[in-house]
Design a protein around this ligand. Structure first.
Ligand code: NCD
Ligand code: ZN
Length: 347
């Protein structure tokens, strides 16, 4: 039976667009479906200042396909040398909507991130005063902590103390992957939210090892056990206002993924909405997809929902795109392991 679903145009609250040839190849896939996206600053070198954010935004706007209706929302990469005045000015002038905290070494291009959290306290205090959200990659980097425990340990060791010493700081725990994070955010009040990726709603950690090693299911934070995936699905489909979509679509050339030390990151932008409609439908919660993808994020970020709508259509299964072509070589698109029956109708 054919079905359609119309919702406010969605936003992506955590997206990697990269730069140069990769930016030009991946941007049209997000701009086709999403009205706005929070753009991650983990370029090389990272986007640490207002000037760098403005320059990066200009490069994104220049790379947009003609007629695209897409607004990049920029972020600043927090370092131990970040200047509170520059950050406040960027917020005030709309050059950046949020600041991104990477614990040093936690993920791709995070080596300029934070080691000594005491050194960022003046920035955090300033952000709390002006209401600028902190977006957190929530994993400890201690090699003695098992990789599957790093998110849960981060909450106790880093995030809870950081929030306790910075009253009023607005925090988004990004790409949550555990029951512990879901529970922490659910009870965390209005100043705390979480983004959930498409792939973490669909795969658990077995996907990385199904019949052999599968680099295209490797990302950080790494997918956890099935029980955690179910907790994420429960949160995303609940309509709870603290949970919203951040795809963490993170393209790497296949050559960098299929390697002895392959990069973390899953590229899902072209199929994200098709995948989400599928999982929300399977969960009997299609009616909550709009809250998750289009309403809860703007409400947290104090922005209006998008006035335009998109329509999703359920019909015959579409062929999976496989890879996209980029100037840096092919990039594999996330394969959810089920047929893609939903698609975004042409406007
Ligand atoms: C991201 C990337 O490739 O930039 N990788 C990932 O596995 N998610 C970085 C990040 O968001 O952690
Ligand atoms: Zn990311």
């Amino acid at each position: 039976m054919d079905r359609t679903l119309t919702l406010r145009r969605p936003d992506d609250w955590h997206l990697h667009l990269r730069d140069g040839a990769m930016l030009r190849a991946v941007l049209p896939h997000s701009a086709a479906h999403f009205a706005r996206a929070i753009v991650m600053p983990n370029l090389v070198p990272p986007v640490t200042t207002m000037a760098a954010a403005l320059a990066y935004r200009a490069r994104i706007l220049e790379a947009l396909p003609p007629g695209a209706d897409f607004t990049p929302l920029m972020t600043l990469y927090l370092t131990e040398d970040s200047d509170p005045d520059d950050i406040a000015r960027a917020h005030d002038q709309g050059a950046a909507v949020a600041v991104k905290l990477y614990p040093a070494g936690a993920t791709t291009n995070s080596h300029s991130g934070v080691r000594d959290f005491a050194r960022i306290q003046p920035v955090l205090d300033r952000m709390a005063r002006i209401g600028m959200p902190l977006l957190v990659h929530g994993e400890v980097t201690d090699p003695d902590i098992d990789i599957f425990d790093r998110e849960a340990v981060f909450i106790d060791r880093v995030l809870a103390p950081l929030r306790a010493r910075t009253p009023g700081l607005r925090v988004v725990m990004e790409h949550v992957t555990t029951r512990e994070a879901v529970d922490y955010v659910r009870e965390g009040g209005l100043d705390l939210a979480a983004t959930v990726t498409t792939h973490h709603l669909i795969v658990n950690r077995n996907a990385m090892f199904a019949g052999g090693i599968r680099p295209h299911y490797y990302c950080l934070p790494v997918a956890k056990r099935e029980g955690h995936r179910r907790a994420l699905l429960g949160a995303a489909t609940s309509g709870h206002p603290s949970f919203f979509l951040g795809t963490d679509s993170a393209p790497h050339p296949d050559a960098a993924k299929i390697a002895p030390c392959g990069c973390a990151g899953i590229f899902s932008a072209p199929v994200t909405l098709a995948c989400l409609a599928h999982v929300f439908e399977e969960a009997g919660s299609l009616g909550q997809l709009e809250s998750f993808a289009s309403l809860n994020g703007p409400a947290f970020h104090r922005l209006p929902p998008n006035p335009a709508t998109i329509t999703l259509v359920r019909d015959a299964a579409q062929p999976h795109p496989g890879t996209i072509t980029t100037g840096d070589g092919p990039v594999t698109v996330f394969d959810p392991g089920f047929p893609l029956r939903w698609r975004v109708a042409e406007a």
